[in-house]
Ligand binder design. Structure first.
Ligand code: C2O
Ligand code: CU
Length: 493
């Protein structure tokens, strides 16, 4: 086991005020994020074409075999950068052999732009196009991916990163995206099956090759004392990460893109942060004195695994000896739920009952949702999981699932999420940002998210203000959502 860094972390709030009277150079900071300043630049329109197609990549190294990856652009995991308030005008052209879409994970946008085949738009068949057009409401670190056969399409690489800028009150020295995703590859560069019954019915099927940004690892030289904003995304289909930092100072500054008062990543704050598939964190790290290295490590796997390393070299950055101040982000505008009037709804995540419930009050057979049942690209033939005892029916079932809940737009809700299984489940709600009110098995600071990890047997409460539309609500372990742990909410205007 690697040693964990236990240096002094200068933190906002209580920890800082205890030590604030000592010889430390900087005063304690309030645990409040500064207000956001109005944007000065005019909003831009990002006119883009995504040509979803098969392309070649050497995932096993420059001398390794070629692999046929699927991607939206010529780059694997393209990184789009835009500013809050900008307009995204993206044409998806499907050149793949099966239907696809673009779901903008974590964004608050009009329901028709959410990219869920059958629920919010027709599937984009091979040879067809679809135009996405929306304004970026929130800042942060997001990503996008298709919504049917995710295990296979994302398994082949079909995903990208969207960074929405405009949240910084101080610009760090660098801003780096680390997208973690494993591949299910044979040594000859061909794909292994993405789904296995053993995996789908348990913690998921794992990759054979671990990578960051489509490379074996991430190593970069940086000046001593430089401050780097790290946007870390777990784009894997199944893997849970437990992220910690060694060899330098670091703070957690945002979760799923949404800023929180900085929390030191050490014994004075949180030592590690757990991330299921689809979850993101932003860290601010400070590179140690020359000769040292700051390492971002995953401790969840049997052997700690180095996600990234910043090697300190060169002349120290001016100010390198000042105390570390991770307060670089301003507060986001997130709708505040009305906790006095909020309606509470329980959701149990469990294994499927052996006899799958039939949905008496199913929707109209003319509803496009009916077709989802005929389309085995979106759900598989096996059913292992359920939400409130109902499983999204496997292909071939004749009834359509009713929504798992019907909500009213503008009202506040508290969802009590209960994990009745021995496996972790990252639960994602489309189109909303929720506040995580409590977690029964871990002690966490207050934060906002779009995906929350339920550890085995854990209970988690989340609160949010409902937005109108039909929104998916599911586990983000891709095999779990395709084998029953998926539902949708109808939010009436
Ligand atoms: Cu990334 Cu339905 O989600
Ligand atoms: Cu799950």
């Amino acid at each position: 086991m690697l040693s964990r860094r236990r240096a002094l972390g200068l933190l906002a709030g209580a920890a800082a005020s205890v030590i604030g009277g000592s010889a430390l150079p900087s005063p304690p900071r309030p645990a409040i994020l500064p207000r956001r300043r109005p944007q000065r630049e005019a909003a831009r329109t990002h006119d883009l074409v995504f040509r979803a197609a098969k392309r070649k990549a050497r995932l096993l190294g420059p001398d390794g075999p070629e692999t046929a990856v699927w991607s939206y652009t010529d780059e694997l995991f393209p990184v789009l950068r835009a500013r809050q308030g900008d307009r995204m005008s993206v044409t998806l052209r499907n050149e793949l052999p099966q239907h696809t879409s673009v779901h903008w994970h974590g964004l608050r946008l009009p329901n028709a732009m959410d990219g869920v085949q059958y629920l919010t738009q027709p599937p984009v068949q091979p040879g067809e196009s679809f135009h996405y057009d929306f304004t970026l409401a929130d800042t942060g670190t997001f990503f996008f991916h298709p919504h049917c056969n995710e295990s296979g399409q994302v398994g082949h690489g079909l995903a990208g990163v969207l960074v929405v800028e405009g949240d910084e009150v101080r610009t760090p020295d660098a801003d780096i995206v680390l997208a973690v995703k494993d591949w299910r590859l044979n040594p000859d560069g061909t794909w292994m099956e993405f789904v296995t019954p053993q995996g789908a019915a348990r913690a998921g099927t794992f990759g054979t090759v671990r990578q960051v940004n489509g490379r074996p690892g991430f190593v970069q030289a940086a000046r001593p004392g430089s401050e780097i904003r790290v946007r870390l995304l777990n784009l894997d289909s199944s893997r849970v990460l437990e992220v910690g930092v060694e060899g330098g100072e670091a703070a957690l500054i945002a979760v799923d893109g949404h800023p929180l008062p900085p929390v030191a990543l050490d014994a004075s704050g949180v030592e590690t942060w757990r991330m299921g598939p689809a979850m993101r964190v932003d860290l601010l790290v400070r590179v140690p004195p020359a000769g040292g290295a700051l390492r971002i490590v995953d401790y969840f796997s049997a052997e700690p695994w180095e996600i990234a390393r910043f090697e300190s070299a060169g002349e120290a950055r001016p100010g390198a000896r000042r105390s570390f101040d991770p307060l670089i982000l301003s507060a986001a505008d997130i709708l505040v739920p009305d906790m006095k009037r909020a309606e509470r709804l329980p959701f149990a995540f469990s294994a499927a009952s052996s006899s799958i419930t039939s949905f008496a009050e199913g929707l109209d057979p003319a509803d496009p949702l009916t077709k989802v049942l005929m389309d085995s690209l979106c759900v598989r033939d096996e059913t292992y999981w359920a939400i409130n005892k109902a499983s999204w029916p496997a292909g071939g079932h004749l009834n359509v699932p009713p929504p798992v809940a019907v909500l009213k737009a503008g009202r506040s809700y508290v969802f009590e999420l209960m994990n009745a299984t021995p496996h972790p489940h990252p639960i994602h709600l489309h189109g909303h940002v929720f506040k995580v009110l409590s977690t029964s098995r871990t002690k966490l600071p207050e934060f906002h998210a779009d995906t929350v990890l339920l550890s085995p047997k854990e209970r988690v409460e989340i609160a949010f203000v409902a937005a109108p539309g039909a929104w998916m609500f599911h586990c983000h372990i891709l095999e779990h959502l395709e084998t029953g742990m998926m539902g949708w909410l109808r939010v009436e205007a």
